[in-house]
Ligand binder design. Structure first.
Ligand SMILES: Nc1ncnc2c1ncn2[C@@H]1O[C@H](COP(=O)(O)OP(=O)(O)OP(=O)(O)O)[C@@H](O)[C@H]1O
Length: 287
C-alpha cells in the first residue's frame, strides 16, 4: 500500500532532522519549512506534495534529472512560484513567518545563476554590479540612494572574494568565470541568510570551476547556508553536508550526503547504472 502524504512527509522530516542534529547540535533556527507543497503551472503539476526544510547553517546540494523540479523549488522559496494555498496540511514558512513581501524575501536570499549573467549585457562596472545587490537591480540608476555603509560593504565583499583587481572593469569585459564570482559578490552584499547557486559552474573551464568552488567553500565557512543546484557532483564542496534528490517534482531522497550520494540511489534516480567515487572530499559520478 502507498504511504499517505502525511506519512511520506513525516518520514522525510525525520531524515532531515537526523541530518540537522548531526550538523548542528544547538537547535538552529528554521530558515525554510515546506510541507505538502503543491505547485501547478499552466495546468502542469510541477511540485507534488513536497516536503523540504532548511535549518540555519545547513548546506544542501539539490540534485535530480532535467525537469525534476530543482529550479521550481528555488522559485517557490523566493516567491516567484506560489504553492496552491488550500492544499491539505500545507505549511510554507520562511524564517518562521507565513507571509512575506516578495522584495523582503528576496533580500534574505542571494541568488547566482547562469541566467542572471545574461542580464548584464550593457557596460556596468564590477563595483556597480556588486552594489546593485542592495537594490536587486541590474546596475545602478540615478534615483537610487547609495549610503556610505553600502560602499563600505561593497569594498569588503570585493576583498573577501579576492576580486579587487577586477573592480574597475566592466562586467561585459570579464571572462565567464570572473563574472560569476562578481555575481556572488552581488548576491552576498546585503548579507543574505541563504546563498542559492543554481548550476553555477555551467560553462566554466577547469580552473574557473576550481576557483569558484574554493570561493563557495570560503562562503560556507563564513556561516552562510548554501543551496547548490547542480548536475555536476564535483561542484559539491566538502562543506555541503546534506543532499536532496528530486524526481518528478517530489523528494526522492534527503539526508546526510554520505548516505544519499550512493551508486544505488543515483542509479535509481537517473534510471541508468551510475558509479560514484569520492576523492579529497569531492564526489564524482560516471556511467
Ligand atoms: N512556468 C512553467 N510553466 C510550465 N511548465 C513549467 C514551468 N516551470 C517549470 N515547468 C516544468 O516543470 C518541470 C520542472 O522544471 P524545473 O525547471 O524546476 O526543472 P529542473 O529540475 O530545474 O530542470 P533542469 O535540470 O533541466 O534545469 C519541467 O517539466 C518544466 O518544463
Amino acid at each position: 500500500m502507498q504511504p499517505s502524504i502525511k506519512e511520506t512527509c513525516d518520514q522525510q522530516m525525520t531524515e532531515q532532522q537526523k541530518t540537522t542534529e548531526k550538523s548542528n547540535d544547538s537547535m538552529p533556527e528554521s530558515l525554510v519549512e515546506m510541507k505538502n507543497i503543491v505547485v501547478r503551472k499552466n495546468d502542469r503539476l510541477i511540485l507534488d506534495s513536497l516536503c523540504f526544510n532548511i535549518k540555519k547553517g545547513e548546506n544542501i546540494a539539490l540534485i535530480g534529472p532535467n525537469g525534476s523540479g530543482k529550479s521550481s523549488i528555488i522559485k517557490t522559496i523566493i516567491g516567484d512560484y506560489r504553492p496552491i494555498a488550500d492544499t491539505e496540511g500545507m505549511v510554507f514558512r520562511i524564517l518562521e513567518k507565513d507571509r512575506w513581501v516578495i522584495s523582503d524575501l528576496k533580500n534574505l536570499m542571494g541568488i547566482v545563476s547562469g541566467d542572471l549573467q545574461l542580464d548584464y549585457t550593457r557596460d556596468i562596472s564590477v563595483v556597480e554590479v556588486v552594489l546593485s545587490g542592495f537594490f536587486s537591480s541590474i546596475g545602478i540608476y540615478p534615483n537610487m540612494k547609495i549610503e556610505p555603509y553600502m560602499l563600505k560593504r561593497t569594498a569588503d565583499i570585493i576583498d573577501f572574494l579576492e576580486i579587487r583587481h577586477l573592480a574597475s572593469k566592466n562586467i561585459s569585459h570579464l571572462s565567464t568565470g570572473e563574472a560569476r564570482r562578481v555575481l556572488i559578490g552581488r548576491a552576498l552584499v546585503h548579507d543574505p541568510m541563504i546563498l542559492v547557486l543554481d548550476e553555477p559552474t555551467n560553462s566554466l573551464d577547469l580552473k574557473s570551476k576550481h576557483v569558484f568552488r574554493e570561493t563557495v567553500s570560503k562562503i560556507a565557512a563564513a556561516g552562510k547556508s548554501i543551496i547548490l543546484v547542480t548536475h555536476d557532483l564535483e561542484d559539491i564542496v566538502p562543506e555541503i553536508n546534506r543532499a536532496v534528490l528530486l524526481k518528478d517534482g517530489r523528494i526522492f531522497a534527503d539526508g546526510d550526503i554520505e548516505d544519499i550520494l550512493t551508486a544505488e540511489k543515483l542509479t535509481e534516480l537517473f534510471g541508468i547504472p551510475v558509479e560514484v567515487g569520492k576523492d579529497k572530499g569531492y564526489y564524482h559520478a560516471w556511467c
